[in-house]
Design a protein around this ligand. Structure first.
Ligand code: HAM
Length: 431
């Protein structure tokens, strides 16, 4: 029968790789807690209008990339292309705005974008993200950037460039939009179809177009930094001062506008030279208008999201070492039916005490069992045969050093094994 394959742009995470995922997720959750963020989990699918209204009708994500379908009840639903929209919806739906401000939420979630799949650009990918509501001060922007920065430090990721920019508030952006429209209108014959449609509705999106010709034209476009109103200018200045105060280095990139419509003022990205074309590993910024736009009270807000696949790609390229995966603690080999039962009883008992114990479940010869124990990197082995059953005594072997220790099979197994294995403890790598 024809074999069915995984969908283009999706990845299976096999046990050999899952340990790395667990490690980075544990570091992220730990940093989130240290920074005062609590976890939120929102559904994978939402009402399509949620993303149209928040991410924005003129963005690539909404225009080209959403997984939208009609469910059996005739509703239009969309698989989440990002985590912010659902978080804002849940924040409003559950009255989190009544909690003491700022409300700080984090998530780790799969996201879906129908993009041309390539290295680092997937159709199903995973984001770790953080969103913060009710914090208007520039110190919040710097704190959030510092949070993302500390994640990379903890994970020993090097050579990232932090780019920051301010894209202003609706007031200063109105002037900027006018200037942009005039600039691009004069060069409209060089723009792609999509950008022509953006010219009237949202010329700032042209700055983010991936079409090489549009990108070339965009290079000479007016700079937002020349159009910031005094408040936005002061805010941006103070974000920078706060970053300077904690020694976080950044580059100001006046051409960076980000690909989603909800941003105001500060935007930022962490970019890596180890990622090829998809160089942004983390992006975020302020979205002071979004909560109100989604039906809430005016609420300053900001956040970021980091692509876990891209993070792991960088870590692989930089050969960052991960803790060794948990291997079998004790393999109890057996010869004969009675010994097999005893091996199972022992393994079960030890597992109950948190020891990763294993016994034969395949019917291998003793020789093959020992080979198998080597393959699964069992730290210790114990062989049970007629002699051991009769005497109630056995020998535990350290597979690395060859050292042998006698054990009493009838006495406290867990205690004996704990003593043997703690002596053999080798310095485990931790983050
Ligand atoms: P974004 O820049 O669209 O922002 O995505 C954030 C990160 O998700 C990217 O930097 C990248 O690492 C990863 N990512 C995006 N698309 C893909 C893809 N097709 N394949 C693999 N990784 C991908 C947001 O989504 C905003 N919601 C971030 C944010 C939160 N802003 C404020 N709060």
């Amino acid at each position: 029968m024809e074999q069915i394959h995984a969908q283009r742009g999706t990845q299976d995470i096999l046990p050999a790789d899952a340990g790395r995922w667990q490690t980075v997720e544990a570091v992220m959750r730990g940093e989130a807690e240290i920074n005062g963020f609590g976890e939120i989990r929102t559904p994978v699918f939402e009402d399509t209008r949620l993303f149209q209204r928040s991410v924005g009708e003129t963005t690539d994500v909404v225009q080209k990339e959403m997984y939208t379908f009609e469910d059996k009840g005739g509703r239009s639903v969309t698989l989440k292309p990002e985590g912010t929209a659902g978080t804002v919806r849940a924040y409003l739906e559950h009255g989190l705005s009544n909690e003491p401000m700022p409300v700080k939420l984090y998530y780790a979630t799969p996201c879906y974008r129908y993009e041309k799949a390539q290295a680092g650009r997937l159709r199903e990918f995973h984001q770790f993200g953080a969103e913060m509501f009710g914090a208007a001060l520039p110190v919040a922007d710097a704190g959030l950037i510092a949070f993302a920065h500390s994640l990379f430090e903890r994970l020993r990721v090097k050579n990232l460039v932090l780019k920051i920019n301010s894209i202003g508030c609706p007031a200063c952006r109105a002037e900027f939009t006018k200037a942009l429209r005039a600039y691009f209108t004069a060069r409209r014959d060089r723009l792609c179809e999509t950008c022509l449609s953006r010219l009237d509705r949202n010329p700032m999106r042209i700055l983010d177009c991936k079409n090489p010709e549009c990108a070339e034209v965009a290079k000479g476009a007016p700079s937002i930094l020349n159009y910031l109103c005094p408040d936005c200018r002061a805010h941006f200045g103070q974000v920078r001062e706060n970053l300077d105060a904690v020694g976080i280095r950044y580059e100001v990139d006046p051409t960076m506008v980000r690909g989603l419509d909800y941003y105001t003022r500060t935007v930022f990205e962490f970019v890596s030279g180890d990622l090829g074309a998809q160089s942004t590993v983390c992006g975020g910024g302020r979205y002071d208008g979004l909560v109100e736009q989604m039906g809430g009270k005016p609420t300053p807000a900001l956040g970021f999201a980091l692509g876990i696949e891209r993070l792991l790609m960088i870590m692989a390229a930089q050969k960052v070492e991960f803790p060794a995966p948990q291997t079998c603690g004790l393999y109890v080999a057996s010869v004969g039916g009675a010994a097999q039962k005893e091996a199972f009883r022992m393994a079960h008992k030890l597992r109950g005490c948190g020891v990763a114990a294993a016994c034969d479940e395949v019917g291998r010869s003793l020789n093959a069992q020992m080979k198998y124990a080597g393959k699964i990197h069992a730290r210790f082995t114990l062989v049970l045969g007629d002699d051991e059953l009769a005497s109630g005594k056995g020998t535990v072997k350290n597979m690395k050093t060859g050292e042998k220790t006698k054990v009493d099979l009838k006495a406290d197994l867990e205690g004996q094994f704990a003593a043997i294995s703690s002596e053999a403890e080798d310095g485990d790598l931790t983050f």
